[in-house]
Structure formats: structure tokens, C-alpha cells
Design a protein around this ligand. Structure first.
Ligand SMILES: O=P(O)(O)O[C@@H]1[C@@H](OP(=O)(O)O)[C@H](OP(=O)(O)O)[C@H](O)[C@H](OP(=O)(O)O)[C@H]1OP(=O)(O)O
Ligand SMILES: Nc1ncnc2c1ncn2[C@@H]1O[C@H](COP(=O)(O)OP(=O)(O)O)[C@@H](O)[C@H]1O
Ligand SMILES: [Mg+2]
Ligand SMILES: [Mg+2]
Length: 331
């Protein structure tokens, strides 16, 4: 292994690779002694490398076995993050369970999750005892959150008459009015950054009465600028006017989640309850999200890799000046 260099192998799907592995990140990391090296998912992981660290967002039994074999042969290398820890985020109930168990002291702010139930079969869906505790409207979310397009398909349901149309297993979660703004809290090891995005508009009682059945949607916070420009609602919204949540409170929640989940790379979606401006609700946690959309993602990720190298006892040889000493040929 090259002396003084920290080799990070990455195994990512093409879409993620294209957004995350930007030349600007590769160059900056390289200038600080960190080489980002693509892992070929078509070849056994143990035949590739050497790697000090494996960064991944791939799933499946075969990949899990490959990581186990890699760790057995390279006990000093780090896998970011462990498949068992990531697995918790693939189920929308276990994902938010950790939030319910978290304790963070604050005199003025509080946090939690919206009321929700899980429904595994059609019979329970039409059994009114099952959803008697829920207040409509609710959002129906697929129980599985495995990154597939299907796992992001949701419905806003205004009354119980249309519940029979839904496909279990699903989570029925109370829709909480939040002023159409969602906060995304990005975590990279100890670094925490909160940003604002546009979300679903509030549902007023008047609107609820006039709306029939349910509305389907998918990945609202990822709508393109063009889509937002075309839409009357989004045009009328002024994201810049929304007040940010207290940074220290979000940081404490992030730290607690990181410790409890044993994850380094994730983000979580938070909304502020319109009925109580001091109450925050966590509605979603995502493994290895779109970091390229986080301000300054290159230095943040590079610092994270350098800190990791240091923790692993590796002294990095920095390049001098503007010289590019990353292993470019590997990309
Ligand atoms: O593609 P991007 O950059 O929009 O990132 C997606 C995330 O967007 P965000 O960073 O929160 O704005 C996205 O988060 P949201 O759905 O917006 O909460 C997911 O993390 C998504 O991963 P997956 O499909 O759940 O495995 C992420 O998708 P992948 O890139 O992992 O496919
Ligand atoms: N309980 C809720 N109350 C209000 N809006 C919600 C709620 N849950 C989700 N949303 C809206 O739906 C979007 C998608 O839901 P989310 O759980 O984040 O799924 P995904 O994993 O597809 O991002 C959120 O970004 C937010 O705009
Ligand atoms: Mg989300
Ligand atoms: Mg999600």
C-alpha cells in the first residue's frame, strides 16, 4: 500500500457515483493524501484493493458476504457503514423507533415522530379498530425503504373510505402541517449541517373537505427547479423566509442518532409542527444521502476521511501546492 496515502474504495450505483464522485472531491481528497478508488461490483471485492476503507451503498446477500470476507481478510480496514446498522433504515418502523427512544435535554424545544401505525395485510386495512387512533389526513408510506422507486411512492389520504385502495405492508402516518418547509439534517461523522427544502403544502380543514380520496406523490424534496417553477404552489412559496431550527438542538439529535444507530453517513428529514413552533418531528432517515447537494461537501467529506485515517494511525503525506497527486488513472 502506498506509504502515507489513505485508500478509500467506493462501491456505489451509477447515479450515486455520478453525483458524489465529482472531480472536485477527488482532487481535494487527493491533495490531502486520500485516494478515492472505484470498486468494480462485477469482480470479487477481496481481489481488489488494497483499501483502508470501503465506502458503499449496495445491498443484497451477495454484497454482504463480500464485505464479511473482505473484513475477515483485512481486519484493520473500515467498512462504512456496517450492513447491519444500515439495515435498520430499510424499514420505516425500525427507522423511527430509534428517534422515539432518544433523549435530548432542551428547555424550549421538543422532538418526536408523528403518530403512526403499521399495516401488514388488506384485512387490517379495512378494520376500523386498526386506524381508530389516527387523525386524518394521513400519509401512506411503503414499509420498506430500500431506495427503490416503489419505496418512495406515497399517498396523502384524506379519509378512511379510500384505505382499501392501498397496498400493504404500509405505514400510515399522521400528516402534520409544517408550513411547506422541510429541514434536512446531513451527518458526516461528527459534522452536522441543516438545510431547508420545499415540502408538501399544509392541508387546511377547508381544503381537506373539498378533496376527495387520496393524492399520490413521490420524492417531493427532489423536485427539479423546472418542476417547482411550473407549479403555482411552489412559485408562491418563499423558502428563504422560513426560520431555521436551533442549530444546537439539531446537532444534539444528530449526535444521539449517530451513536444509537452506529452510522456515520446519513441524513434525516425534520418538520416543524405548525401547531407548536417549538416541536420538531423526524419523519425520515436516509443512509448515504445526496451529499453533493450539501454546501461545501468536498471539504467536509475530505476532513472526514482524513480524521478517519488519523484514527486508524495513518500519517498522511500531503501534496504540496496545486500538484494533483490523486491516483487519477483509477477512475
Ligand atoms: O439522489 P439524491 O442525491 O437526490 O439523494 C437521495 C436523497 O435525497 P437527499 O439527499 O435527502 O436530498 C433521498 O432522500 P429523500 O428521499 O429526499 O428523503 C434518499 O436518501 C435517496 O436514497 P434512497 O433512494 O432512499 O436510497 C437518495 O438517492 P440516492 O442518490 O442514494 O439514489
Ligand atoms: N408525517 C408527515 N407530515 C407531513 N409531511 C410529510 C410527512 N411525512 C412525509 N411528509 C412529506 O413527504 C415527503 C416524503 O416523505 P419521506 O418519509 O421523507 O419519504 P422518502 O423516503 O421518499 O423521502 C417528505 O419529504 C415530506 O415533504
Ligand atoms: Mg425523505
Ligand atoms: Mg427516505
Amino acid at each position: 500500500m502506498a506509504e502515507g496515502r489513505f485508500r478509500v474504495g467506493y462501491a456505489l450505483l451509477p447515479k450515486k457515483r455520478e453525483s458524489f464522485i465529482q472531480d472536485s472531491l477527488v482532487a481535494l481528497a487527493g491533495s490531502r493524501g486520500v485516494d478515492l478508488v472505484r470498486i468494480d461490483a462485477g469482480r470479487p471485492l477481496v481481489d481488489q484493493g488494497p483499501f483502508d476503507c470501503v465506502l458503499h451503498k449496495l445491498y443484497g446477500e451477495d454484497w454482504r458476504r463480500q464485505l464479511e470476507e473482505f473484513t475477515a481478510r483485512n481486519p484493520n480496514a473500515v467498512v462504512l457503514d456496517s450492513p447491519d446498522a444500515i439495515e435498520r433504515l430499510h424499514n420505516r418502523i425500525s427507522m423511527l423507533q430509534v428517534v422515539s427512544e432518544l433523549r435530548v435535554e432542551s428547555e424550549s424545544e421538543s422532538f418526536g415522530i408523528p403518530n403512526q401505525i403499521v399495516i401488514y395485510d388488506k384485512e387490517t386495512l379495512v378494520d376500523k379498530h386498526a386506524w381508530a387512533s389516527l387523525k386524518f389526513p394521513v400519509i401512506a408510506k411503503p414499509l420498506v425503504a430500500d431506495g427503490s422507486a416503489k419505496s418512495h411512492k406515497m399517498s396523502l389520504v384524506f379519509n378512511h373510505d379510500v384505505l382499501h385502495k392501498l397496498k400493504p405492508p404500509i405505514v400510515l402516518q399522521e400528516f402534520v402541517n409544517h408550513g411547506g418547509v422541510i429541514f434536512k439534517v446531513y451527518v458526516v461523522g461528527e459534522y452536522v449541517k441543516c438545510v431547508k427544502r420545499k415540502s408538501l403544502p399544509d392541508v387546511t380543514e377547508e381544503k381537506q373537505g373539498s378533496l376527495q380520496g387520496c393524492l399520490s406523490f413521490s420524492q417531493v424534496s427532489n423536485l427539479t427547479t423546472q418542476e417547482k417553477n411550473d407549479d403555482r404552489y411552489y412559485r408562491s412559496m418563499h423558502l428563504e423566509d422560513a426560520e431555521m431550527p436551533p442549530q444546537s438542538f439539531m446537532t444534539e439529535i444528530a449526535k444521539g442518532l449517530r451513536r444509537a444507530m452506529k452510522l456515520n453517513l446519513f441524513n434525516f428529514d425534520v418538520i416543524r409542527d405548525a401547531r407548536n413552533g417549538h416541536r420538531y418531528l423526524v419523519i425520515d432517515i436516509n443512509y448515504f444521502p445526496g451529499y453533493a447537494k450539501m454546501p461545501n461537501y468536498e471539504p467536509v467529506l475530505t476532513d472526514f476521511f482524513c480524521d478517519l485515517a488519523q484514527k486508524l494511525g495513518k500519517n498522511l503525506a500531503k501534496c504540496s501546492g496545486k500538484e494533483d497527486c490523486s491516483e487519477k488513472s483509477k477512475f
